[in-house]
Design a protein around this ligand. Structure first.
Ligand SMILES: NC(=O)NCCC(=O)O
Ligand SMILES: [Zn+2]
Ligand SMILES: [Zn+2]
Length: 574
């Protein structure tokens, strides 16, 4: 590497020479010239203004900086606060080649989403060393929440909302609330994300495990079996599909949950699956370790799986696009914080590291193992995230006009992961001792060199908030068409002229007439929908039958439209 000619120009003008550019769709040898935080030229024989710092990339890959789709920096959680704050967390990210994180605003039940967002912005803006954006959790449901979602989408740069099917009484939503939330997401063209575990069953099983006298970290695993994750994953996808809303399953931890995602995609559903560094890199056998601290250090939800073939299986699905992108769920706690649950696994703060090591772990287990090529590596660590969260090609690509978030990746170098050398603010690393091929040698974040042979040079507050606009084409392209196709269409028929029994004198009420006339298109399978028979859409004759009245479905039903009662004056089942 050559020295900078002067500090000012070195900050703003950088020439990366002699490397191989790798994007998600192609790789090629080219030089890359950066000025004022933007990639200005990509090619050979570039004409470069004076004063640029030249970085030798010979033998290295020039890849878009990683995007970690799932972090929880300084999250207040389970009575304490995650120790990787927005400074330490983003510093660790940059050290490992991740130049953007997407963190979660986590309002409590009853709390305003917009106020929580402002609080999180206040925490993050002054500390972040790399660019970042926010998802927002929806931990309760009301008209006010729906309004806040709209404000976040339209004014605050948030395009994704996470609901929890677990953490009963704290964050969990019921099915009907989730369905409402997904409908709102769809209306806003936002992405619905789900923490998929059956919270009711976990509560039951937890009582059973505690009743059996098991209080150690293995109890955490035992109370949350794989099946409980798979069932919730299926239910989340079903609820989203019924609202024609795209579904994003966060932290896919098990083979069975991954299979559910893969099957739904084969059925044509718009679903994305996010395994994390932890589920791709390690297993749940650690919960049975004799050292309490070691076992507790691996506690997160859903838990790591004791089936030791899980990481390889998830990596195969990731390589083949059954799963699409990766995060970490980085949410770190020190030994003394984990020790809140030393006598009771229910009180161990949930969360593990990952943001620094994700890129190397995926290279080692995915590329070095021969499962995926470098282009796919770029897709699953960066580009697909940029596309899903609608910041592509500003992020996730080495191209003229893109942000200069660039990593010089050395595929043949190795590093050994350890809590003694990592940049996290915590005293434990779930990948301790793992030797990984694939090392970030130079990292450029927003046009600044933040990692080179001299080490890390990060600055608090240098990262910027990135707005994620709604209606990502990558996500909503198919949804918009389907909205038209799945509108309910009734069957046109002559009114029934025959006899109707008289129930005025106490005879039992028949089923409401409504059920005879309405045909609701089954929108669960877009491939097998009938084209012409009952249920198909007739645009010219589009009517909706309700109690024998024909209502034109091309204009929305006005509020106050009279709907007649079924014979007998009751529409109930009594
Ligand atoms: N995953 C975890 O254990 N902690 C963070 C909160 C969440 O994502 O569920
Ligand atoms: Zn979660
Ligand atoms: Zn999380």
């Amino acid at each position: 590497m050559e020295e900078a000619t002067n500090t000012e120009s070195a900050q703003s003008r950088i020439l990366i020479k002699g490397g191989k550019v790798v994007n998600d769709d192609q790789s090629f040898f080219a030089d890359v010239y950066v000025e004022d935080g933007i990639i200005k030229q990509v090619g050979t024989n570039l004409v470069i203004p004076g004063g640029a710092r030249t970085i030798d990339a010979k033998g290295k890959l020039i890849i878009p900086g990683g995007i970690d789709t799932h972090t929880h920096m300084q999250l207040p959680f389970m009575g304490t606060v995650a120790v990787d704050d927005f400074y330490h967390g983003t510093k660790a990210a940059l050290a490992g080649g991740t130049t953007m994180i997407i963190d979660f605003v986590m309002p409590k039940k009853g709390e305003s989403l917009v106020e929580a967002y402002e609080k999180w912005r206040g925490w993050a803006d002054e500390k972040v060393c790399c660019d970042y954006s926010f998802h927002c959790a929806v931990s309760w449901w009301s008209d006010k929440v729906a309004e806040d979602m709209e404000t976040l989408c339209k004014e605050k740069g948030v395009n994704s909302f996470k609901v929890f099917m677990a953490y009963k009484d704290v964050l969990m939503l019921e099915d009907a609330e989730m369905y409402q939330c997904f409908k709102k997401c769809k209306e806003l063209r936002a992405i619905a994300m789900v923490h998929a575990e059956n919270g009711h069953l976990i509560a039951e099983k937890t009582d059973e495990i505690v009743g059996a006298g098991i209080m150690g970290p293995e109890g955490h695993l035992m109370s949350r079996p794989e099946e409980v994750e798979a069932e919730a994953t299926n239910r989340a996808i079903m609820l989203a599909n019924q609202s024609n809303c795209p579904m994003y399953i966060v932290h896919v931890m098990s083979k069975s949950a991954a299979d559910v995602v893969a099957r739904a995609r084969k059925q044509g559903k718009v679903v994305f699956g996010e395994p994390i560094a932890a589920s791709l890199g390690t297993t749940g056998i650690h919960y049975f370790d004799r050292c309490w601290r070691h076992a507790a250090g691996h506690v997160l939800s859903p838990p790591l799986r004791p089936d030791t073939t899980t990481p390889e299986y998830l990596m195969d699905l990731l390589a083949n696009n059954d799963l699409q992108l990766t995060g970490t769920d980085n949410c770190t706690f020190n030994a003394d914080q984990k020790a809140l649950g030393k006598d009771d696994f229910r009180r161990i703060p949930n969360g593990v590291n990952g943001v620094e090591d994700r890129m190397s772990v995926i290279w080692e287990k995915g590329v070095a193992s021969g499962k995926m090529d470098p282009c796919r590596f770029v897709a699953v660590t960066s580009t697909t995230a940029a596309k899903v969260f609608n910041v592509y090609p500003k992020k996730g690509r080495i191209a003229v006009g893109s942000d200069a978030d660039i990593v010089l990746w050395d595929a043949s170098a190795t590093r050994t992961i350890s809590s003694k050398t990592h940049h996290h603010n915590c005293d434990f690393n779930i990948f301790e001792g793992m030797v990984c091929h694939g090392v970030a040698k130079v990292v450029i974040s927003g046009g600044r060199v933040v990692l080179d042979e001299d080490g890390l040079h990060v600055t608090q507050g240098n990262g910027r908030f990135v707005s994620n606009p709604c209606n990502a084409e990558f996500v909503y392209g198919r949804i918009n068409n389907r909205d038209e196709l799945i509108k309910p269409v009734g069957v046109q028929r002559e009114p029934y002229e025959g006899k109707v029994i008289d129930i005025a004198n106490g005879a039992p009420a028949p089923e409401p007439v409504r059920s005879q006339n309405i045909i609701t298109n089954d929108n669960t399978d877009f491939h097998s929908r009938p084209k012409t028979a009952g249920g198909a859409r007739h645009l010219q004759d589009s009517t909706f039958a309700f109690d024998g009245h024909q209502i034109d479905d091309r204009s929305p039903r006005k509020s106050g439209t009279k709907v007649s009662q079924p014979p007998g004056g009751k529409s109930s089942i009594w």
